[in-house]
Design a protein around this ligand. Structure first.
Ligand SMILES: O=C(CO)COP(=O)(O)O
Length: 136
């Protein structure tokens, strides 16, 4: 499964903690991230991770484009709800596309833990069925 990991600056420490805690599960999947989040995760865990542009430079939109092509299976996006982002339209667009395509999305640690545990349990096998139908 293809999983996108994104965190705003004040949430990056939470994201690293999360990836370390669930490394054994996440390492079985293909990981993608916005630029700085991906770099920080890679430095902290050594996990291979495909990095897009930094969020403010288009990274959210690149991940959105993958969703629109049905090439992303899950998004974990630790947003900072207390800081204005210069690229807020991109953030909203990414969240909107998750809803358009019914892609599982967690925007905080509590929900992310449930998604990851569900992933390990096989709750997202339906995504594989959709991907196989597309010949992925
Ligand atoms: O801004 C972001 C998401 O909206 C995250 O981008 P970075 O991972 O490059 O900091």
């Amino acid at each position: 499964m293809k999983i996108a990991l994104i965190a705003h600056d004040k949430k990056k420490a939470d994201m690293i903690q999360f990836v370390i805690a669930y490394k054994a599960i996440l390492e079985k999947h293909e990981l993608y991230a916005t630029g700085t989040t991906g770099l920080r995760i890679h430095e902290a865990t050594g996990l291979p991770i495909h990095r897009f542009q930094s969020g403010p430079l288009g990274g959210d939109q690149e991940i959105g484009a993958m969703i629109a092509q049905n090439k992303m299976d899950m998004v974990i996006f630790f947003r900072d709800p207390l800081t204005a982002q210069p690229h807020e339209p991109d953030v909203s667009a990414l969240i909107r596309l998750c809803d358009v395509y019914s892609i599982p999305l967690a925007t905080n640690m509590g929900t992310a833990e449930i998604l990851i545990k569900g992933l390990e349990r096989g709750d997202f096998a339906w995504r594989k069925i959709i991907n196989e139908k597309q010949g992925e």
